[in-house]
Design a protein around this ligand. Sequence first.
Ligand SMILES: C[S@@+](CC[C@H](N)C(=O)[O-])C[C@H]1O[C@@H](n2cnc3c(N)ncnc32)[C@H](O)[C@@H]1O
Length: 293
Amino acid sequence: MTDRDADASRLAADAMDQRDPTGWFERLYREAAEGNAVVPWDRDEPNPLIVERLAKSGRPGLRALVVGCGYGTDAEYVASLGYDTTAFDISSTAVEAARTRFPDSLVSYEVADMLDMPTAWASAFDLVVESITVQSMPVWVRVDAISAIASTVAPAGTLCVVSGIRADGAEVDGPPWPLTRDEILSFGDNGLSAMTVERVPSEGRWWAQFIRMAAGEWSSPLLRTPLAEPGSAHLFETRDTERDLIAGRHACPGSSSAKSNEHPSRSAASTPPASRTQATHAPAARARSRLNR
Ligand SMILES: C[S@@+](CC[C@H](N)C(=O)[O-])C[C@H]1O[C@@H](n2cnc3c(N)ncnc32)[C@H](O)[C@@H]1O
């Protein structure tokens, strides 16, 4: 644990004692607003993985949802790409702070609990971005959280997931409670198809992308070219390139492999190993607190 994590860990421990999976977030943001606590995941810059992978994906008219947006840095980035962006957080203090931090924002910031998602958001978003929110809640709500997030993806829409990595069978004393490979893949149990599940060692993160195949339409508005034929999606293991699992023909929108329309085995082989992202983002990775992992 780093000093930055101390307040969050203290408040989370109290909440876990009371079997309250989310109560500590508002308490943390409120203490931070009073100058008495540090929010360890607060960043001035958007998440570098989101920037790298989504940079070329935006199109006006597409709707995006940013899950657990905190102070709004990633939501602002997503909106800057041209998406009509909604962002939500369970903490009203965080949402108010995001509105204050970005007074000219185009983002619609909302207070909402993903475990009780507004019905109007069902199947409503062309892009859904989930960054380290599921892992910030204890494992006993994991299935519900994953299912709720997946439910917001529109037909032909894309879900992008960023998460810390937990080895299969590893015990973890959260927060955070990083996701195993199977937990990442379980986003696909909700009518979504895995396109990319990638281990990014330099960030200590999973990057995963899922698509909700629209009936009769085998392309996503976020992808530039048609997807694989129905039934042809399959998983590849390419551990030598650190790209663990790839399903379908494409990596993520905006990435070099997404543009190439290559067969996944070839695109994985041509993907530079971790060293490229390592070189770019190593300082940020070093500065990260445990709760931002
Ligand atoms: C670890 S922080 C991550 C913040 C941001 N997504 C990021 O990547 O830096 C988790 C965020 O999710 C919010 N959160 C936790 N549980 C939530 C829930 N059930 N519904 C909505 N937001 C939630 C917290 O208030 C917090 O802002």
